[in-house]
Design a protein around this ligand. Structure first.
Ligand SMILES: O=C(O)c1ccccc1NCC(=O)[C@H](O)[C@H](O)COP(=O)(O)O
Length: 259
């Protein structure tokens, strides 16, 4: 069993428990559920393109940074001029929570991506009810039918959809009109190996109409300068900012160097 299989099977059990504790009707009555969302796709297209992540730890890195307040990180990222923030909400493997999403929402008005292992429509309603503007779908763990159902539900709630792939089969499964941004994950989620070559190779298969995002293992401005000519407009960056004492300041310096 790969780590991704393990995360997915744990997530299915976790979501069943959450569903039994908080009914959908309660989520749909939350104040944030009625909030007008802002488009991550538009922000990426028109801005710096950087989607900066809040990430305390991960299966490939047991400790990144546990000493920061998510509110400070959100405020810092917004001030730095990033196009949006990715908030990891998985607890068991990443040390995140839905509270992080609410706190980020309360601290900033830029687009927020709920970074989660989505296995059920319930999590999309949760995303909206906790202040997200966009959701992530991981093609490796979903069928084409699930990607279609989940992305159509998200669009009906005015949430943008970023669907990520790591190989050709996953990418072909993700190409559909209800997806806004297509992400190429440079990290193999089975082996944790990282290579920007994955982005450069797979982008050739992405139709023009999609916003293209390169994800993971981006640790320098040079990497962005290398990826942009291939057609990437979005860059999802976690550890490179989060490993510092002040992720907002690091993001600001990074964006200034890009100009
Ligand atoms: O980061 C991991 O180790 C990981 C392991 C298993 C599933 C997902 C994982 N990461 C999620 C992500 O997509 C990254 O956090 C994101 O792309 C940022 O990556 P990085 O800039 O390398 O922190």
């Amino acid at each position: 069993m790969t780590i991704l299989d393990k995360i997915t099977s744990d997530k299915i059990k976790e979501v069943a428990l959450r569903k039994s504790l908080i009914p959908l009707s309660q989520l749909e009555q939350s104040l944030l559920f009625g909030r007008q969302t802002v488009s991550l796709a538009t922000a990426v297209k028109n801005g710096s393109g950087i989607i900066a992540e809040h990430k305390r730890r991960s299966p490939s890195k047991s400790v990144i940074n546990h000493n920061l307040s998510v509110e400070d990180v959100a405020r810092g990222y917004e001030k730095a001029g990033v196009s949006g923030m990715s908030v990891l909400t998985d607890g068991k493997y990443f040390g995140g929570s839905l509270d992080d999403l609410i706190l980020a929402r309360a601290s900033a008005s830029f687009p927020l991506l709920r970074k989660e292992f989505i296995v059920d429509e319930y999590q999309i309603i949760e995303a909206k009810a906790h202040g997200a503007d966009a959701i992530l779908l991981i093609s490796a763990t979903l069928s084409r039918k699930q990607i279609e159902t989940f992305s159509k539900l998200a669009k009906s709630l005015n949430l943008d959809v970023l669907c990520e792939s790591h190989n050709e089969d996953e990418l072909h499964k993700s190409v559909m009109p209800s997806v806004d941004l297509l992400g190429i994950n440079n990290r193999n989620l089975k082996t944790f190996e990282v290579s920007l070559e994955t982005s450069k190779t797979l982008i050739k298969q992405i139709p023009d109409e999609f916003i293209k995002v390169s994800e993971s293992g981006i640790s320098s401005v040079e990497a962005i300068k290398e990826l942009r000519p291939h057609g990437f407009q979005g860059f999802l960056i976690g550890e490179n900012f989060m490993k510092t004492d002040d992720p907002g300041k690091s993001a600001k310096e990074f964006i200034n160097e890009l100009k």
